[in-house]
Design a binder for this molecule. Structure first.
Ligand code: FAD
Length: 319
């Protein structure tokens, strides 16, 4: 059976795998026998072995050293490129984070392969599905050169366990001088939040310029907390200083694909849609009945967010 490599993405704390990795392991199983690839500091694989085994990794390639951890994305691309040369996998699947996409691009160059980003599905014959133009266009593509490399959009595939052996195999590789051009000096630990991570959340509540101030984002947070949701923001809200950039959804922010996306005080510009158009159900709250977001929304409320959202929060909290 063909071997398929899956790059393991760790939680920001460095412990445990991200849900996006479990999704990638699940999607990759359609293409062959899955081998997970762990790149990081010594001891990284030990912390994630059980999760990888539970989600179908028959083998775990382990490239661990202080050096692997000391540089940015280049070590991951070099480890994967070496493995592609060694084991000639049927494909490589990488979570579609900003780091994942950079690794995929570098790997494609190193191996002379084609790559497809932000795919939402991978069929057994390697055909990938991508969604474009505000969800209006679905594209099916295949890589025709080299080893197919895919980045899988978060929340596109439901992670399903499929216990496997997860036999570990060390990878020994000397990093090139090129890989050492950008060294990590420090990692700022993310502020602890009780809310789910934006790209992994089942529900996202996002606020736009209509929220009107940083203080008023508490209205958005209140609704998010009543639903166990993550908070997002439009670029206008971020640029106005209402909410930090790390929560921006859209073309120049994060891509989300939750079960439910609630857009509050957001007009629905194409660049915002680019980051949320594949959400399963979209609800919009906007005081302008002509706002473009209503073209995309499954449900819409025309009204002042300062009235509608607190009332909804109260109703949900009372249940
Ligand atoms: P607006 O377009 O100003 O809309 C605010 C909405 O709030 C209006 O529809 C209004 O009716 C409504 N409103 C106002 N008050 C209330 C109220 N009290 N109650 C209810 N509704 C109210 N944008 C992104 O979001 N993400 C990106 O990643 C992104 N990348 C970009 C990249 C490029 C290269 C460019 C050129 C632009 C990008 N943009 C991005 C910006 C994008 O074009 C829009 O300007 C932005 O999305 C608008 O944000 P908004 O909907 O919050 O604001």
């Amino acid at each position: 059976m063909a071997e398929v490599l899956v790059l393991v993405e760790l939680n920001p704390s460095g412990t445990g795998v991200r849900k996006t990795t479990l999704e990638a392991l699940t999607a990759a199983r359609a293409l062959g026998e899955v081998s997970a690839v762990v790149v990081g500091a010594p001891g990284t694989a030990a912390g994630v072995h059980d999760a990888l085994a539970e989600y179908g990794a028959a083998k775990v390639y382990v490239a661990e050293s202080e050096e692997m951890d000391a540089y940015l994305v280049a070590p991951k691309a070099e480890v994967l490129a070496q493995l592609v040369g060694q084991v000639s996998p049927a494909a490589v699947v990488i979570p579609s984070s900003s780091e994942g996409k950079e690794v995929a691009g570098r790997l494609a160059i190193k191996t002379g392969s084609g790559f497809l980003t932000d795919v939402t599905e991978i069929a057994a014959d390697g055909t990938a599905t991508q969604v474009a133009f505000a969800g209006g266009t679905v594209v099916h593509s295949q890589v025709t050169v080299g080893t197919p490399i895919y980045t899988l959009r978060g929340n596109s595939v439901a992670p399903e366990p499929s216990p496997a052996a997860a036999a570990e195999e060390p990878v020994s590789i000397a990093l090139s001088e090129q890989a050492k051009q950008t060294r990590v000096l420090d990692r700022v630990v993310e502020t602890k939040s009780s809310r789910p991570e934006l790209t992994e959340a089942a529900i996202v509540v996002s606020g736009g310029r209509g929220v009107a101030s940083a203080e008023n984002f508490s209205v958005i947070e209140g609704l998010a907390d009543s639903l166990g949701a993550a908070v997002g923001a439009s670029r206008a809200a971020v640029d106005s200083g209402f909410y930090p950039h790390t929560f921006q959804v859209g073309q120049t922010g994060k891509t989300v694909s939750p079960q439910l996306y609630i857009a509050v005080g957001i007009s629905g510009a194409i660049q915002h849609r680019a980051g949320m158009q594949t959400s399963k159900t979209i609800v919009a709250v906007n005081k302008d009945a002509e706002a473009p977001i209503f073209e995309l929304a499954d449900f819409g409320v025309v009204g002042d967010l300062n009235t509608v959202v607190p009332a909804a929060t109260q109703q949900i909290a009372a249940r």
